[in-house]
Design a protein. Structure first.
Lengths: 108, 159
């Protein structure tokens, strides 16, 4: 998961993922919106592929990229679990604090 | 209003922010006193904390054990590093699943926010293997049901 987070920490890589969410794209197509060289885009693609977020296939001289199925699931599942457990915890804590606050107000 | 904000910071840190109506003194106490902790630090619905030790002093031990009520569960041990009542708690903790996970360093601060408290908890993200083990303890089961219950609660509260 650390690899996933490192891969996601870069805005260009997040933009590449957003583009791929719309469908498969070649390296040239992915590079087009960015003011950086194609080798630089290729390096970003390597990082995303190493993190298991995207997959590439060979199509003649082209290497089209697409999102890897379930690439984000590990991270998403963990953060969802954490968010949900904490949400329940803190809702309970709200009720507990409200109840003990009322009790204190009733004290003489 | 979304009360809970959870953000990742860099590749190893998660920051959680939450507002409470109660003042910092009360929220701080609820993080250290076992009889209070056992009433709220339970995770998904259906889990309980049969065992709760918190020696609320620097160097003091922490031991929490959770049960899913069906024979499943896990426990956590830790040590308190710093206390600055009622503003700040720094501790380390590890889960035993049953093998101990790497130490997670947690800093929790409680800042006055009007009549209430803004709590900020900054903790280290577990590595992939630890996270997988945590998911496999069953902590994620019942999540859908919990979401549904929460949605109902919020709809009632909003309506």
């Amino acid at each position: 998961m650390d690899t996933t987070l490192a891969a996601l920490s870069d805005p260009t890589r997040r933009a590449i993922l957003a583009r791929l969410a719309e469908g498969e794209a070649t390296v040239n197509e992915l590079a087009a919106p960015f003011p950086i060289s194609q080798p630089a885009i290729s390096r970003h693609i390597k990082v995303l592929a190493a993190a298991g977020l995207i997959v590439q296939r060979v199509d003649g001289t082209k290497r089209p990229c697409r999102l890897a199925p379930g690439g984000l699931s590990d991270l998403d599942a963990y953060l969802d679990m954490l968010r949900n457990a904490l949400r329940h915890n803190y809702d309970r804590l709200d009720r507990l604090l409200a109840a003990s606050g009322e009790k204190k107000d009733e004290d003489p | 209003m979304t009360k809970l904000v959870l953000e990742t910071e860099g590749d190893t840190v998660v920051v959680v922010r939450r507002r409470f109506a109660a003042p910092p003194e009360a929220v701080y106490r609820a993080h250290l006193e076992p009889e209070l902790i056992q009433q709220w630090m339970l995770g998904p619905e259906g889990w309980t904390m049969p065992e709760c030790l918190n020696e609320a002093r620097p160097g003091g031990a922490i031991r929490y054990a959770w049960s899913d009520g069906q024979g499943g569960g896990f426990h956590l041990t830790g040590e308190i590093l710093e206390l600055d009542p009622p503003h700040r708690i720094v501790h380390v903790e590890r889960m035993h699943l049953p093998d101990p996970t790497p130490d997670n360093h947690v800093e929790t601060t409680f800042a006055p926010d009007g009549d209430g408290t803004l709590m900020t908890m900054r903790m280290t993200l577990p590595d992939a293997a630890t996270r997988k083990a945590m998911l496999e303890t069953g902590m994620e089961y019942g999540m859908e049901a919990s979401y549904a219950r929460l949605d109902q609660t919020q709809t009632r509260a909003d309506g």
